[in-house]
Design a protein around this ligand. Structure first.
Ligand SMILES: [Zn+2]
Ligand SMILES: [Zn+2]
Ligand SMILES: [Zn+2]
Length: 140
């Protein structure tokens, strides 16, 4: 059981349940975004589907994880960078890179993004920057 996961739950004033701790651990130990199915597979016998679904929803609301959209219809999730997200506000102006070979999607938090100025009358609610290509592990 990781102390880091417990710390996150404490910081966000969430009750420490084994399910929540295990799910945060999975995210902390992965450098790519994870689908609900993958999380389910990792938690067989520990957490049921409904608990995982509820937990992911809570984590999104709290700013612990965010949705990662790629060109398929599979929704993935990644842990939020605490430099950018707080318990009251997500700030996801970062690029997601999806590898066409292995299918993994990563957050590229440190790449600068030029802010887009929308025409008058338009309000952005969510922005998704996706680059599809070949990752460094699949390059050879
Ligand atoms: Zn976030
Ligand atoms: Zn790859
Ligand atoms: Zn991301």
């Amino acid at each position: 059981m990781s102390t880091q996961a417990i710390e996150i739950l404490n910081n966000y004033k969430l009750r420490r349940t084994n399910g929540r701790i295990s799910i945060i651990d999975i995210f902390m130990n992965s450098n790519v975004a994870l689908s609900e199915n993958i999380i389910e597979e990792k938690l067989i016998g520990l957490c049921d589907r409904a608990t995982i679904y509820r937990t992911l929803k809570t984590f999104i609301d709290k700013g612990i994880i965010h949705r990662v959209i790629d060109e398929t219809s599979i929704v993935k999730y990644a842990i939020c960078n605490t430099d950018h997200c707080t318990s009251t506000e997500h700030n996801h102006e970062h690029i997601h890179f999806k590898c066409q070979v292995c299918g993994d999607t990563e957050c590229m938090d440190d790449l600068p993004i030029v802010p887009v100025k929308l025409p008058e009358g338009y309000t952005a609610k969510e922005t998704n920057y996706l680059i599809v290509g070949i990752c460094k592990n699949c390059k050879e």
